[in-house]
Design a protein around this ligand. Sequence first.
Ligand SMILES: Nc1nc2c(ncn2[C@@H]2O[C@H](COP(=O)(O)OP(=O)(O)OP(=O)(O)O)[C@@H](O)[C@H]2O)c(=O)[nH]1
Ligand SMILES: [Mg+2]
Length: 190
Amino acid sequence: MNFNNAVFLASYGTAGQLPESVLPEICFSGRSNVGKSSLINKLLGRKAIARVSSTPGKTTTINFFKAADIYLVDLPGYGYAKVSATERARWDSLMNGYFSGKRNIKLCLQLLDARRTLSGDDERMVEFLKGRNVPFAVVLTKCDKLNKTELTAQINYWQALFKDIPVFPFSALKGTGKEEILNFLDDYTE
Ligand SMILES: Nc1nc2c(ncn2[C@@H]2O[C@H](COP(=O)(O)OP(=O)(O)OP(=O)(O)O)[C@@H](O)[C@H]2O)c(=O)[nH]1
Ligand SMILES: [Mg+2]
């Protein structure tokens, strides 16, 4: 997989704006602040093609990147408490619009904070993906924040929870897991 020379295409704030799905798409889903934009930057080998912020709820649009013959799609984060009902409704309609359109979604990378356990919002997201038959794999983010013993225990926890679904430990800070994820994505890009 060669993600060099990726370009940012556009951000969309409403489902009606979404462009036709002309290429296979890999999308990135997860709680606000879990590290979606950081993962995309790392996979694309770029410092800031996707905007990273320490303030949760930064990505409130669906952002499209084009790399080789595939779109990478940065989905808006969920689970951020301080959003208005209006914002929440917009999130719902944007996500429903994205997933109900006739899109060529090859895979969703579902991001989960390696340090945590599955939240209610995470569970709803995973059930949503399953309900729509979207193939997904799990990326455990921020692994650099755990020591070796803690990390092993957390990987075991997540892998037991997801059984046969691939689980990739990842650190945007150290680059851990990047090659494994890129190799895995190869199977979805032909
Ligand atoms: N230590 C560490 N920090 C990380 C890692 N990944 C992301 N972060 C930090 O976590 C914060 C949020 O990262 P983002 O990539 O913006 O998260 P996001 O999921 O795109 O957030 P939203 O766009 O708000 O939904 C930033 O301060 C990042 O620097 C990681 O692997 N290790
Ligand atoms: Mg983001």
